[in-house]
Design a protein around this ligand. Structure first.
Ligand SMILES: NC(=O)c1ccc[n+]([C@@H]2O[C@H](COP(=O)([O-])OP(=O)(O)OC[C@H]3O[C@@H](n4cnc5c(N)ncnc54)[C@H](O)[C@@H]3O)[C@@H](O)[C@H]2O)c1
Length: 245
């Protein structure tokens, strides 16, 4: 059996309607997984083709919504092997003036939302000896200006990943994270439109370019796959070398 393939396995990807999540869903489907995509949005730009896959609605700010999603996936597909916590938001602005609402909303979606989904999926993942990948960011490892809530939420995601990996190792459930640098998606449309910001950002990336959604999806697929059977609690930075200097 090819350790890079997911034939017979069911994957759940949050934030799958567009951007990085849509590419992750497509990559897992291309490698044989049945993919359940979930999002708060109704306008999906991309999703895996084929009747085997399914589309769901979730708001990761609600524990009940996360539990309902997992129940729907189990009802539809009978099992859940792989979870990708990709749903995320950003709010930009200086820490001195960022509203408490913006700060806590980002934490609620990015960090607590990831925790809620992991909790909701845990019984099914335990039964399947499954795997989780959480979307972190370089901003969770290095301090970046004007994104205090986002940076803190992603630092939390990276440590949540380690804690869950430790707690769930006895169940043979692996938990890992990826940490991309800037990726050209809707999330970064505003800052990519600022030529000076983009030039400064690219100057911090030794490989000299943004990460593409495919770069991120390939790392996610590796961490979910049997090729990574001995890897847990880790973060792969898909960052062209940002975090090495
Ligand atoms: N784009 C980047 O530069 C970048 C870099 C590092 C990490 N990331 C992370 O990658 C992930 C995907 O980002 P993206 O760039 O594709 O962003 P995006 O804005 O294009 O897509 C995010 C998706 O999450 C969904 N979402 C938002 N709130 C939700 C909620 N409460 N419940 C369910 N779904 C919700 C949105 O509807 C959207 O479809 C995020 O976790 C983000 O923080 C992105």
């Amino acid at each position: 059996m090819n350790p890079n393939r997911f034939d017979g396995r069911v994957a759940l990807v949050t934030g799958a309607a567009r951007g990085i999540g849509a590419r992750i869903a497509a990559t897992l489907a291309e490698r044989g997984a049945t993919v359940a995509g979930a999002d708060i949005a109704d306008d999906w730009t991309h999703e895996p083709a084929g009747a085997a896959h399914s589309r769901h609605r979730v708001d990761v700010r609600s524990a009940g919504s996360c539990q309902d999603l997992v129940a729907e996936v189990l009802d539809r597909h009978g099992r859940l092997d792989l979870l990708v916590n990709n749903a995320g938001i950003v709010r930009r602005g200086p820490a001195a003036t960022m509203s408490e609402r913006d700060f806590t909303t980002v934490l609620d979606v990015n960090l607590t939302g990831t925790f809620r989904m992991c909790q909701a999926a845990y019984p099914a993942l335990r039964a399947a000896r499954g795997a989780v990948v959480n979307l972190g960011s370089t901003n969770g490892h290095i301090a970046v200006l004007d994104t205090v809530g986002y940076c803190v939420s992603k630092a939390g995601v990276l440590h949540l990943t380690r804690v869950l990996a430790l707690e769930w190792a006895a169940d043979q459930v692996r938990v890992n994270a990826v940490g991309p640098t800037i990726v050209p998606t809707d999330m970064t449309t505003d800052v990519r439109g600022d030529a000076a910001y983009l030039a400064d950002k690219l100057a911090t990336i030794p490989l000299g370019r943004m990460a593409e959604p495919t770069d991120v999806a390939n790392a996610v697929a590796y961490l979910l796959s049997d090729a990574a059977a001995m890897v847990t609690g880790q973060t792969i930075f898909v960052d062209g070398g940002v975090t090495i200097h």
